[in-house]
Structures are given as structure tokens and as C-alpha cells.
Design a binder for this molecule. Structure first.
Ligand code: GAL
Length: 525
């Protein structure tokens, strides 16, 4: 059956690509473009100016070989020191928005609010001021996976007290930066963070508990997001007038066949991934999707537990969480095809979120592959996902907060060019369909530390030379193509800039300017 499905999916992709003709279509002047990064992945300066240890600093020191190339984020792209160059790059691209994250242990070295590290606050003050002086609007993520190690020692996202800890941290951010930051992203990708860090021990803090820890982590993230939202509402919104959202990741999924089983498995897959976080915040009823509540309760019972491994919310908590986002930050990378048959029984660890979902997936091998094993290019997936979100959650305001692909090193990144064109085309399609998408951040502005895969994955519009102490950044072909899309607000499939030519020009221009400066000095002598 599989080859037939792959063939059909291929035809579908070709037909839908042909159907989506971009000629004459453009992004409106209200739509904004940006680029995204995260603190641990780019900042470096891991132990300077009073910063405390994060869970990734701890992993780097205690378990260094866990990361693919035994690397870490101690220096990364050195953006703590090089942020002016980063801002220059944003300007080179012509984008108007930057999504970055604030390192919790830089602000609160011990995690709790009893001690604020003023030098950390000063750093982000200078950085935010510089962004604004350059006409770049900041979108600040409060938490992108670098939890203070001190809090991890108390259980991290498995301890319900983290709702208070996160709320206190959020308040400090509003107090210090809320006069200038008007768009806050509370927490990055609860599904991926909880799954990899507290489910399958792939990310710091490397806890293995896919059937219990995973759900506890997700539960506390929903409550923590709500706490940060209510604090903003009660104490800051009337004065600061900003907006808050949470960043939720989702693949698009579609059934492998038109069998009832595959269609139901696809519905369940959506509910156990996107729905787990969307339903409590963005639906009218609130709470987890009913299928999750029922399925995990039944599985837990049959596995001998006295209560559901998916701890429920009280009525009060359901109300507390409902509506706690002014917009959705959506991260999207790829699409999967879903099936369910007898082979799925026993495929996953028991208990686990995957076993509870009871659905398996694969990707179409004709979709262009990338360096990242989980990403194949299928642009129409983003269109279908956005339409699904519009139809299921009452058309929320969406900013695409991450979208991108990894390649090998080198400036001629044809795969990334193709990927961005195809996904941005899908955004145009979705807007034409009435989806309220108002902005887009490419992941990533530059190459960075890709978590457990270290520097083996290159996600940057700009290449970073990690062998060079200067961490020189050079625009790739995709940077030049993105710049042209941003400038013209259209997607020109024929535009094929040569990154080597433009960089050679840049370096000769640089040399010329030195010669002119010397001549100038000589003339004055
Ligand atoms: C996301 C994550 C980013 C980056 C990206 C590329 O899940 O938020 O930090 O790692 O994936 O894999």
C-alpha cells in the first residue's frame, strides 16, 4: 500500500503546487517579516557578568558527549558580544522584526526572584535599545529551554511550583523591559520541550518519562503561561499596552489512506499534539481535548495506575488557562503522513504519549530531504495547517514564529531557497483563504547550536564560521533571496543571486574603503 500512497501524495503535491500560482500576488504592507534566534543557541558568554547555570550549561559540563559533535553553547555564535552585527544583519535583510529569547539565568542566576542580576538586565536593556534605535521591533521569548539549573534541582517543569517561579520571572521582565517590548512570547514549544527533555531524555535535563513526565511538564507550562498572562493583565497591560502569546509547534498531518482508521488516527494525532496545547487556551470550552482525557485515563487504568497519567485541571484552572494568549506564535517545519493498524500496537514504549496517541507516521520520500532527519520540504502543509487552525480555533491571530530548514555548510543553499519560497507561497495561500496570519519569522537569522545535534545542523540565513574566533557571519544565497522577497513583497522564482559574488564585492568594498581612508590621511598630512 505504501508505494501507492507515496505516489498519490506526490501527485497531490504536484497538483497543489501547480494550482498555487504566485504570479501577481504579494504580501500586504501590514504583513511583517523577521528572523528568529534563541539565547542558548547563539549568545555564548555562558558564565559572564553574573549569569547562573542553565540546564544546558549543566549538561555541557556533566554529559558533554551526549551532544552529536560533543559541542556546547559556551561560545556559540558569540551574540552576547556581537549583537550589533546581528542587528546589522537584520537591517541588511530589510526585515523589521526580531524574535530573540531572554536567558532566565542571566536575569535570575538562581532562578528565583530574590536576586536579580543587574548586569544581565543591563545587557538586554542595551540590546533592546539598539534594536529599537535601528527600527527593529522586538518579539521577546521569555523561555526558550534554558531553565536555571537551580530550579531543575527542585524538579524543573515537573514541580507545580514552577508556575509561581515563572510568574515571578515574567513580572521582572515586564518591569525592566515592558516599556519597550510590546510583544511577549511566554514559552517556546511545550510539546517539543516536554517530549525531548522530560519524555525521551534527549535534551537537558535528560529525564526519561514519556508517559508521565511529559504530561506533567505540559500541564505546568499551560499553567505558567496563564500565570504570566494574568500578571500582565492585572499589573501591566493598562500601562504598557503590549500583547502576549505562547509559541506552539505543529506539523501538518494527513491520513495515509481514506480508511476510517487512518482518518481517525490523524484526528487523534492532531489532538494529542497541537490540541493538547491549543484546546486549553484557544478553544471555547478550554481544557484538554476530550479524546486525550478519555484515552489516557483508560490506558492508565488498564496499566494499573490509580489515576490518569494525564492529571486533569479543576474547573477553576480550566477558566484560568482559557484565553491566555492574544495571539498564537506558530512554529512549523514539516508534514507527516499518519496511519493506524495492528502494527502500531506495541510500536512505542509503554506508557508513553506516543502509545496513548496510538498512531504512527512517516514522510513522503519524494519530498526534498534536508540535513535534519525530521524535515522534508512540503510547503502546502503549512497552508493546510493554517487553515486547520483557522477552522478549529476560530481564526486566531497568528504570527509564524519559526519556519526553516537545515543544510550543510556553504553559501549556495539551494534547498533553503526552495524551502522558503514554497512555505512563503503557502502563507500567501492561507491569507487568501482568510487565515489571520500577520507576520513571519525565518528560523534562523544565523547558524547556531542545534541542541543535541550541536553544530551539525545549519539553519542560518547567515553562515557562521564557528572555527573563527570572530564568528564571522556571511549571507547565504537564501539571505539574498529572502531580502528580495522582503523588499518586493513577492516571490520571484527566477531570482538567483550569487552569494559569493556579493560577498567578494563586500570584501573588495571593504578593502577599497581602507585604501581611501589611508589616502585621506596621507592627503591631510
Ligand atoms: C525548534 C526550536 C528551535 C530550533 C528549531 C530547529 O523546535 O524551537 O530552537 O532548534 O527547532 O530545529
Amino acid at each position: 500500500m505504501r508505494p501507492l500512497i507515496v505516489f498519490l501524495a506526490c501527485c497531490l503535491a504536484a497538483v497543489s503546487a501547480a494550482a498555487r500560482n504566485t504570479t501577481g500576488r504579494s504580501f500586504s504592507s501590514e504583513f511583517f517579516f523577521g528572523a528568529a534566534t534563541a539565547s542558548y543557541q547563539i549568545e555564548g558568554a555562558w558564565d559572564v557578568d553574573g549569569k547562573g547555570w542553565s540546564i544546558w550549561d549543566y549538561l555541557a559540563r556533566t554529559d558533554p558527549d551526549h551532544v552529536a559533535d560533543s559541542s556546547n553553547g559556551d561560545i556559540a555564535a558569540n551574540s552576547y558580544y556581537m549583537y550589533r552585527r546581528d542587528i546589522e544583519m537584520l537591517k541588511e535583510l530589510g526585515v523589521t522584526h526580531y524574535r530573540f529569547s531572554i536567558s532566565w539565568p542571566r536575569i535570575l542566576p538562581y532562578g528565583r526572584a530574590n536576586y536579580v542580576n543587574q548586569r544581565g538586565v543591563n545587557h538586554y536593556n542595551e540590546f533592546i535599545d539598539e534594536l529599537i534605535a535601528n527600527g527593529i521591533t522586538p518579539f521577546a521569548t521569555m523561555y526558550h529551554w534554558d531553565l536555571p539549573q537551580n530550579l531543575q534541582e527542585l524538579g524543573g517543569w515537573l514541580n507545580e511550583e514552577i508556575v509561581d517561579w515563572f510568574g515571578d520571572y515574567a513580572r521582572i521582565l515586564y518591569q525592566n523591559f515592558g516599556d519597550r517590548v510590546k510583544h511577549w512570547l511566554t514559552i517556546n514549544e511545550p510539546y517539543v520541550h516536554c517530549n525531548l527533555a522530560y519524555g525521551y531524555s534527549m535534551h537537558a535535563p535528560r529525564i526519561h518519562s514519556p508517559g508521565i513526565g511529559y504530561y506533567e511538564c505540559g500541564r505546568h507550562i499551560l499553567l505558567a503561561n496563564a500565570r504570566a498572562y494574568h500578571i500582565y493583565d492585572n499589573e501591566f497591560r493598562s500601562v504598557q499596552g503590549g500583547k502576549l502569546g505562547i509559541v506552539i509547534s505543529s506539523e501538518y498531518v494527513f491520513p495515509a489512506s481514506d480508511s476510517e482508521e487512518d482518518i481517525e488516527a490523524t484526528r487523534d494525532y492532531f489532538e494529542f499534539h497541537l490540541g493538547q496545547y491549543m484546546n486549553p487556551i484557544f478553544s471555547e470550552t478550554g481544557n484538554y481535548p476530550q479524546v486525550m482525557i478519555d484515552r489516557v485515563a483508560a490506558a492508565s487504568l488498564s496499566q494499573g495506575y490509580n489515576s490518569s497519567r494525564l492529571r486533569g485541571f479543576s474547573e477553576e484552572q480550566i477558566e484560568y488557562i482559557k484565553g491566555t494568549a492574544d495571539f498564537l506564535g506558530l512554529n512549523h517545519y514539516s508534514t507527516r503522513i499518519i496511519y493506524r493498524n495492528s502494527s502500531v500496537i506495541g510500536m512505542f514504549e509503554i506508557p508513553s504519549h506516543e502509545d496513548d496517541t496510538y498512531a504512527a507516521s512517516f514522510q513522503n520520500e519524494f519530498w526534498p530531504a534536508s540535513q535534519a532527519p525530521w524535515i522534508r520540504e512540503y510547503g502546502p502543509g503549512l497552508y493546510h495547517l493554517l487553515v486547520h487552525i483557522k477552522d478549529t480555533y476560530n481564526n486566531p491571530l497568528v504570527y509564524i514564529t519559526e519556519n526553516g530548514v537545515s543544510t550543510t555548510a556553504g553559501l549556495n543553499d539551494y534547498n533553503r531557497v526552495s524551502y522558503y519560497r514554497s512555505y512563503l507561497n503557502a502563507v500567501l495561500d492561507a491569507i487568501a483563504e482568510g487565515c489571520d496570519v500577520q507576520g513571519y519569522f525565518a528560523w534562523s537569522l544565523m547558524d547556531n547550536f542545534e541542541w543535541a545535534l550541536g553544530y551539525t545542523q545549519r539553519f542560518g540565513l547567515y553562515e557562521v564560521d564557528f572555527g573563527d574566533p570572530e564568528r564571522t557571519r556571511t549571507p547565504r544565497k537564501s539571505a539574498l533571496v529572502y531580502k528580495e522577497i522582503v523588499r518586493s513583497r513577492t516571490i520571484d522564482y527566477d531570482y538567483d543571486p550569487d552569494p559569493y559574488a556579493s560577498n567578494a564585492y563586500a570584501s573588495s568594498a571593504w578593502l577599497l574603503s581602507i585604501v581611501f581612508a589611508i589616502v585621506n590621511v596621507l592627503i591631510q598630512l
